[in-house]
Design a protein around this ligand. Structure first.
Ligand code: TEU
Length: 590
């Protein structure tokens, strides 16, 4: 294993990826929805931040049951976002700026309006019947049809993961919502059709894919009942039987051999539920021949009830963050694999609200602390739109009706059905949404202080309410902030990304070890190569701390921190006093 050499360097390891959630990015035509020309018009902004690759959440033709993660045509754009010609232009404009396009590939399921599914459900003997997962019902005591097993639907856990089809008298598997039937990957024609989609976009100029729930494509073919984890609930989380199933690696290797290996691509697989290190390495090991990297969910599942549903709450602290990050940093170094780094995406609350403190007093410090951490860890870095501005969750005062996501809607409906007039239980459910609804990350990007935050014209109606704080938290103000002032969150990110690039041998590729672990609330680590070394000290709490610099950590000087635009004035030996949410970056003697 070569840690410090350049023989393991790859463009997709050192690239910075910016995720766009198109509906909420920028509306160029005043209909209240973000669109492709809106994205194209902001490429200079994205490039200036220090980004190399843009990943767009799906903009394909879709009835939008799950905001485009229900695709009705993989080879055309939804008119709401624009046309294929707009997409070609976006790709060309990216290339002009020496940037790349990463497409979102959603092939665990399609929309129920996809031509394949319309055919599949049309009759028992349609040639596409077997493209999806159809099963006969179980019959209850009254002879009424019941789902073939007890798996819960994933989005909002409201219903069964199976949907009854009256016409043909069978259930189909639709794990996310009834409008998102799961494809049957056991069928080789399905796999070939997916390969064809990959080729279509690679030939059009895309440079790679983020693969939606790609570890769900192989299911245990006996479809057993899940263990009862939530006894009050009718249906149970069934991921033990549908995540990382028996043929996953075979399917991924096929995809690589047949298509990806013939192009120069970047691939990242979204893999919820998996924690097993051997299983992870089978996908991302340097010699695995599967995917470049995956999104592991451990950090974003940190506040889930263990083993349970996502929309639950569970306490965590700095030591959990430390344990989780250390584990994956070491894993990839020790076993020659590759990490993805992310704290946010469109399925999670805002990171400053979740891991730090989003009050006016600490929001900027928290956002910069997370930036300092992400820009100094090993792996490919993903920044989610608005994260570079320190955007925060929507306020608790918003009514549940303001939440537009199908997951939040299903969850709220289920809670009302389960708890009826039990005000305490309903308040708890509401509290879960206030902390964790996906909607928090989906509010329009705040470009300016004008009405609608510059996301759409002032007279238009944005599809989702703009967060109340746009007059103070917006890109225009943060770009303007003069250099003599404190850095804005945006400026801090820009500087952090530039520093990461400048010192990529150490920050992207170097070694990693936690240091000075006696202070629970402080996460400190060292990054080094043979020729340079750095230390990062992060106070993950709203309390002051005293961090003792270990004897073997020879600090040359403190180069950056989130409390000052210049170099922090701190001692280089003995105890360092840290303010709430303070983060420091120091250079070490080699
Ligand atoms: O998400 C898959 C996924 O499992 C989670 O991120 C999910 O949002 C969460 O567990 C819900 O409790 C992907 C997409 O990112 C998401 O937006 C889609 O809704 C989902 O797949 C279905 O395509």
């Amino acid at each position: 294993m070569a840690l410090t050499g350049t023989d393991n360097h790859r463009w997709w390891k050192e690239s910075v990826i910016y995720q766009i959630y198109p509906a909420s990015f920028l509306d160029s035509n005043g209909d209240g929805w973000g669109d492709i020309p809106g994205i194209t018009s902001k490429l200079d902004y994205i490039k200036d931040l220090g980004v190399d690759i843009v990943w767009c959440s799906p903009m394909y033709k879709s009835p939008q049951a799950d905001m485009g993660y229900d695709i009705a045509d993989y080879k055309d754009m939804d008119p709401m976002y624009g046309t294929l010609a707009d997409m070609d232009k976006l790709i060309a404009e990216l290339k002009k700026r020496d940037m790349k396009m990463m497409m979102d590939l959603v092939v665990n399921h399609t929309s129920d309006q996809h031509a394949w599914f319309l055919e599949s459900r049309s009759s028992l003997d349609n040639p596409k019947r077997d493209w999806y997962i159809w099963k006969k019902p179980r019959l209850d005591a009254d002879g009424k049809p019941q789902p073939p097993n007890n798996w819960a639907m994933i989005l909002g856990e409201k219903n069964s993961g199976w949907t009854w089809d009256e016409k043909t008298g069978e259930y189909y598997l639709a794990l996310f919502t009834a409008e998102q039937p799961d494809l049957n990957w056991e069928n080789p024609e399905v796999r070939e059709a997916v390969h064809d989609v990959l080729r279509f976009w690679l030939d059009r100029g895309a440079s790679g894919f983020r693969m939606d729930v790609i570890n769900l494509i192989s299911k245990h073919q006996d479809f057993p009942d899940a263990d009862i984890i939530e006894p009050d609930h009718q249906y149970q989380p069934g991921y033990k039987y549908y995540a990382n199933g028996p043929r996953l690696h075979e399917f991924l290797r096929d995809m690589n051999r047949e298509v990806l290996s013939k192009y120069d691509t970047i691939t990242v697989g979204e893999m919820p539920f998996v924690r097993d290190e051997d299983e992870i390495m089978k996908v991302v090991g340097a010699e695995a021949g599967e995917l470049n990297m995956i999104f592991v969910f451990e950090l974003v599942d940190i506040d889930n009830k263990p083993g349970g549903f996502r929309l639950t709450l569970h306490p965590f602290d700095a030591s959990d963050i430390k344990r989780c990050i250390t584990r994956y940093q070491r894993l990839m170094i020790d076993r020659d694999g590759w990490n993805s780094l992310f704290c946010e995406n469109h399925d999670n609350p805002r990171s400053v609200s979740r891991y730090c403190d989003d009050s006016d007093e600490y929001r900027e410090l928290g956002a910069k602390l997370l930036c300092l951490m992400q820009t100094t860890l090993s792996g490919t870095l993903y920044v989610y739109q608005g994260e570079e501005l320190g955007m925060r969750n929507v306020p608790p005062s918003w009514d549940p009706e303001e939440y537009k996501d199908i997951e939040a809607i299903n969850f709220w409906d289920k809670s009302k059905a389960m708890y009826g007039s039990d005000e305490k239980k309903l308040a708890e459910a509401k509290h879960v949404l206030q902390r964790k609804a996906r909607d928090h990350a989906r509010t329009p990007v705040q470009w300016s202080a004008e009405k609608n935050a510059g996301f759409c014209p002032p007279e238009a109606k944005p599809w989702m309410r703009v967060n109340d704080d746009y007059q103070t938290v917006n890109a225009e103000a943060q770009l303007k902030q003069s250099d003599s002032d404190e850095l804005s969150v945006h400026q801090f990110w820009k500087r952090g990304l530039a520093n990461r690039k400048k010192h990529k041998d150490v920050f992207v590729y170097g070694d990693f070890a936690p240091v000075g672990e006696d202070q629970e609330q402080v996460f400190a680590y060292k990054r080094w190569t043979d020729s340079e070394a750095w230390v990062v000290v992060l106070n993950f709490s709203g309390k002051e701390a005293e961090w003792e610099i270990p004897g073997d950590v020879k600090v040359e000087g403190w180069m950056a921190g989130n409390y000052t635009a210049g170099k922090p004035e701190k001692g280089t030996s003995g105890k360092v006093k840290l303010m709430p949410w303070e983060g420091l970056l120091g250079q070490l003697k080699v």
